[in-house]
Ligand binder design. Structure first.
Ligand SMILES: [Ca+2]
Ligand SMILES: [Ca+2]
Ligand SMILES: [Ca+2]
Ligand SMILES: [Ca+2]
Length: 337
């Protein structure tokens, strides 16, 4: 049957109804449409109310989320010039990310979007010298961090040549990921040589997972206790599970978690020594969760970590003979920079 024949068939079918029947069918169809419309309206999307002409943004209908991207038309409806510019830059950003040329990011006028654009494109590559072109310094450093984790090559840490502490941390990050993902088992003890806060444990934990499949029987004796402690803390459901742990702080941590009914959400917020860092954070960064000043330099672990950027495990971070606590008290720079 050709398309014309088909259309004629439908026409004849419609003509076969008298007009009253046709009107009745139309009324039923309209009623169904009205019902569906009312039902949908009842489950109106939450979030920003879409404008009638061009709804954009994220909407929730039932349990599903929908994203309706901005268009040049929807941008034109924005109230202020800066909102319009941001909207246009967001559209441009989509195309730039698709094309993958970081140089195009410099055409964006909204600073935040320009930074985001440069960070996204440059940190995917291996040329860390481009990270320095990101105007936002924090993003530039994150760019280096990401390239270091991707390439596991500490040469990218030269970016921090003028900041020895940051450089050390960067090199330790590279080494931690390099060891943990080396595909060998005999280099796990190298993790112990890493100095900066969380990186020895990050290296060990990831190595135990990658190289030994979380099975402590095969790990070298030197780290067997640590391996058991980390594994047991993760699965312990009773006091007796925790008592098998041979490292005192991990045992204590485990007992607290079990006492809290294994409510991870609460347990992960516990700060037993009230120094501004949670117990779990302190364990992971090799600090003492039950001593507010691990290195006894007069500064709380949390303050060193967050406020002063000093090493809470080294009483004299910059090695100039004055403790971090003394330097803060005297108003000198404890990181020597
Ligand atoms: Ca603490
Ligand atoms: Ca502490
Ligand atoms: Ca301290
Ligand atoms: Ca010092």
């Amino acid at each position: 049957m050709s398309i014309y024949e088909a259309i004629n068939e439908v026409r004849e079918f419609i003509n076969s109804f008298d007009k009253r029947k046709l009107a009745l069918i139309l009324i039923i169809i309209l009623a169904i449409v009205a019902f569906v419309f009312y039902f949908k309206k009842d489950k109106a999307p939450s979030g920003p109310p879409p404008s009638a002409s061009s709804p954009t943004g994220v909407f929730k209908i039932g349990d599903d989320y929908f994203y309706i991207p901005e268009t040049k038309e929807s941008c034109a409806q924005k109230k202020s010039e800066s909102e319009k510019q941001r909207c246009l830059d967001e559209i441009a950003l989509r195309d730039i990310i698709k094309n993958g040329d970081y140089k195009e990011c410099f055409n964006l006028k909204t600073a935040e979007i320009k930074n985001e654009c440069l960070f996204n494109l440059i940190s995917q590559g291996a040329d860390s010298s481009l990270c320095a072109t990101i105007p936002d310094k924090e993003k530039a450093e994150k760019c280096i961090d990401r390239i270091v984790v991707l390439t596991k090559d500490s040469k990218h840490c030269d970016y921090f040549n003028n900041a020895p502490l940051e450089k050390q941390e960067c090199q330790d990050r590279a080494l931690a990921f390099k060891i943990a993902e080396s595909g060998r088992t005999d280099d796990i003890l190298e993790c112990r040589k890493i100095k900066t806060l969380e990186y020895p444990n990050l290296c060990l934990n990831n190595s135990i997972k990658n190289k030994f499949n979380n099975d402590c029987t095969g790990v070298p004796d030197e780290i067997k206790d640590y391996c058991m402690a980390v594994n047991l803390v993760a699965v312990a459901t009773s006091e007796s599970d925790c008592l098998k742990i041979n490292i005192e702080n991990y045992k204590k941590f485990c007992l607290i978690e079990v006492a809290l009914g294994n409510d991870i959400k609460i347990a992960r917020k516990v700060d037993s020594d009230n120094d501004g860092l949670t117990d779990s954070n302190e364990l992971f960064t090799s600090l003492d969760p039950y001593d507010s000043d691990t290195d006894k330099d007069g500064l709380f672990d949390g303050d060193e970590y967050i406020k002063y950027n000093t090493n809470p495990k080294d009483a004299d971070t910059d090695g100039d003979g004055y403790t971090d606590g003394e330097e803060v008290k005297n108003g000198t720079n404890p990181t020597g920079q």
